[in-house]
Design a protein around this ligand. Structure first.
Ligand SMILES: Nc1ncnc2c1ncn2[C@@H]1O[C@H](COP(=O)(O)OP(=O)(O)OP(=O)(O)O)[C@@H](O)[C@H]1O
Ligand SMILES: O=C(O)c1ccc[n+]([C@@H]2O[C@H](COP(=O)([O-])O)[C@@H](O)[C@H]2O)c1
Length: 199
């Protein structure tokens, strides 16, 4: 059986990329590669979610999403994991508390697309997350403005690191967040599911 808890040494920088990945697509792969470069990360771990606490519709079975994610995300410094299922956590704040205890000295950054920053103030204990780990936010078609105008962006305006200084995010003390204006890929799982229903 594949180990769901990857290795990490103190001092390493790990980007945590949580998602429903229902299904995973080239947009996820693209932002992962961009995040590795722009934030100077040693690794990215995909956290395939047992189920987003804010989404009413349950996702496809975990096993299927994990398998599809491993097929599409092929990079030596990226690991696809089912950590949250193993930990029994769903809310990101709970996952982060467990990971920080399990990996002392490892530097974590939470990665998200711009659409998630726009909604971030609805997440459980979102201000605790902000105070705990730096956030790396990647541009997504249609969501750049709503992200920048979001309650989280406004409340934490003074803690924003410029996109030009994105390499410093991992060394920053939380709260810290950085929006990087990467080239965008216009893909979403919703559109892919709709397309599959029509095929
Ligand atoms: N095309 C994209 N560009 C930038 N970020 C993306 C893109 N697609 C997904 N993301 C980000 O990847 C993470 C996981 O997203 P998720 O698995 O929900 O995919 P999605 O395409 O947004 O799915 P859905 O349409 O079902 O909401 C989120 O942080 C999301 O913002
Ligand atoms: O913790 C929360 O309240 C919370 C609310 C919404 C989304 N998240 C996390 O954000 C990540 C992206 O979710 P999704 O469904 O947009 O792919 C995933 O790891 C979710 O668990 C977390």
């Amino acid at each position: 059986m594949r180990c769901e808890f990857p290795q990490a040494r103190p001092g390493q920088s790990i980007g945590l990329f949580g998602g429903s990945f229902d299904p995973p697509h080239a947009g996820h792969v693209h932002v992962t590669r961009e995040a590795l470069k722009r934030f100077g990360l040693d690794r990215v771990w995909w956290l395939v979610s047992p189920g987003n606490v804010l989404k009413t519709r349950g996702p496809a079975p975990m096993k299927r999403r994990l398998q599809a994610a491993r097929e599409i995300m092929d990079h030596p410094r990226v690991t696809v994991t089912g950590i949250e299922e193993r930990l029994g956590t769903r809310a990101t704040a709970d996952t982060l508390a467990r990971l920080r205890a399990l990996y002392p000295g490892v530097r974590f950054v939470w990665l998200m697309g711009a659409d998630n920053l726009a909604q971030f103030h609805r997440w459980k204990d979102w201000q605790d997350i902000m105070q705990t780990v730096p956030l790396g936010v990647l541009a997504r078609p249609g969501d750049r403005i709503s992200a920048r105008m979001s309650p989280a962006a406004r409340i934490y305006r003074q803690y924003r690191i410029s996109g030009l200084a994105s390499q410093s995010l991992i060394h920053a003390r939380a709260p810290a967040w950085c929006f990087v204006n990467v080239p965008m890929v216009d893909l979403s799982s919703t559109a892919i599911r709709a397309q599959r229903r029509n095929d």
